[in-house]
Design a protein around this ligand. Sequence first.
Ligand code: GLU
Length: 201
Amino acid sequence: MCGIVGYVGARQATPILVDGLRRLEYRGYDSAGVSVWADGQSRVVRCRGKLAALEDKLQQEPAPGTIGIGHTRWATHGRPSDENAHPHKVGAISVIHNGIIENHLALRQELAAAGATFTSETDTELFAHLIDRAVKAGAADLTTAVRQALGKVRGAYAFVVMNDRDPSTLVAAKNASPMVVGLGDGENYIASDVTAILSET
Ligand code: GLU
């Protein structure tokens, strides 16, 4: 279980996310990534390796915007690779996750039978599919869709979810994994550890 940082406010999200993730670096990780929303859709930039590698990639592929999520991964399901790095995006839904979805095999089979195609080996991507399906099936809002998806997963987890269609809100859920909300002035944060956001809140 590694690092989660989320930001909603008026400032550029990417530097805040990367700075927060850096404060969690001591925990160890194998890959890192961000999803940041601007102009109608979120942009995912992620890679295997250290935050310095992510920063290099962000130089080539900037991710501007004032709402976003960032993650450092310690692989449990699927090897360390660019494809398995978080965030995972399915349709309009971006997801980051610390922890393990214990019933991932059954979920993968169920989603595959329903026609889902997967772009990673992770348990996390399955949760993004479940939310995407709930949204497309008419869930009233992202919170409802996340609740419906949570009804199908078992495990210890912390998730943060962003929807391209509602770029004012991050939805987070946790079970037996740490997560803190930080209230700023006209801006809010979420993180897997208080050290990630203490300087800002
Ligand atoms: N189980 C997820 C994965 O392997 C999350 C691992 C983590 O907590 O960083 O991608």
